[in-house]
Design a protein around this ligand. Sequence first.
Ligand code: ZN
Length: 430
Amino acid sequence: MEKIETGKCPPEEVLDRFYVFLNEKPTDELLSPRWVEIWEKYKPYAVEQISKMTEEAVKSIRMVEKEIWEIRIDIDTRVTFLLGAGASVPSGIPTVDKLLSELWKQAKRIGHEDLDRLSGWCEEQKITNIEDLLTAAYISDFAAKNRNIVALLGYFFFSGDQNPSVRISEIDVSSIGFLQDTLQTLFGLLTSTMISTGPNPTHKAIVDFIKDHKNTSIITTNYDGCMDEALLKAGIGLKDTIDSENEKNDIDVIKLTKMHGSINWAYCDSCQEVRQFDLLFLKEIYEKDMLSYPVMGICKNCGGLRRPLLVPPLSFKFLMFPHLIDIWNSARQSIEDADYLIIVGYSFSEADVYITKIISRSMAMNRNKKMIIIDTNPNLASYLRERFSAHIEEFDQKRILGAYESCEKILPEILSHMLAKSDTRKEKKI
Ligand SMILES: [Zn+2]
């Protein structure tokens, strides 16, 4: 105690000694009141020390549910990846919520009165979601061509209180058509700029995984070519794409299903022919600026207008794109077949209710199917557990596991753990 009182002892040591002393002293020994003074003096250090230690311990906690590290697969395990916008963010691709401001920038360059008015109005109304804008444009364009639908919309919105027939006669069908068409074209141009971006460690980790485990398929809702590029550059071919006639029947082919289209896909507005361009070649000519728009924009078949086959973020996108029905069926098949569904950076937004439904259905059909959620949102896995529990009887919560770190950091680690040789894998190889 003397050493403590003379102040020769550093605070950490005082606290240490005090703690040891309190623990070791016989229970019947009476303590000097001076200890109270000492404790009051050193208490702040104690709080600081404990919070520092706790802070360090908390920081070292991995945001990965421990059962994930225990997963081992054998050659018969079917794995399906579902990639969402979050998987492309490390490649520098903006997510949907950043797209509208980019779209208005492009619209300003065109400088059309109708577009300026629309952009000003959206700003005033604080409409910042590209999905709302494109959905409204599609509905309006569709409705404007059939005045009964406009009248009925008026009835549904205003319960027949107002007489919409006066207003209907004022509708300028061509102007609505122009706006819808321009927004679609701008959206196409906007996403075309994604062609200059490349794969990030998330895509590379998936390719490394596939090299070891061919029983894998990939679904993506991204238009960009990051996943395709990573696979093609590793010598892995793609199957079940939009243009399956051009596919090679190599041994090293992987099913890559691009549910919302792709920057290298196009369809003709007139003859409806669908084309898939060689992604790596397209990237090269884009970077060297070798082709003018009309060359790519005209259908060789019929001379009609060729459009990028991209599904804009629309609330009812699955009704609008008949070209993609086979693609969506193929995605459903990959989801149903999977033993492990690894969901990377996909947010399960309300606009993609179709995808959530097929996943929920497949989880109900196959009670051994498990999901691994890789997302920075720590609430996503628990949200899904709740959602599926409501739909699936006696749903085992452990079928959904979460890792809440950024995908480019955590996915490579998780996948290499899954591939670590398990006993069954060894047996199968023999
Ligand atoms: Zn054509």
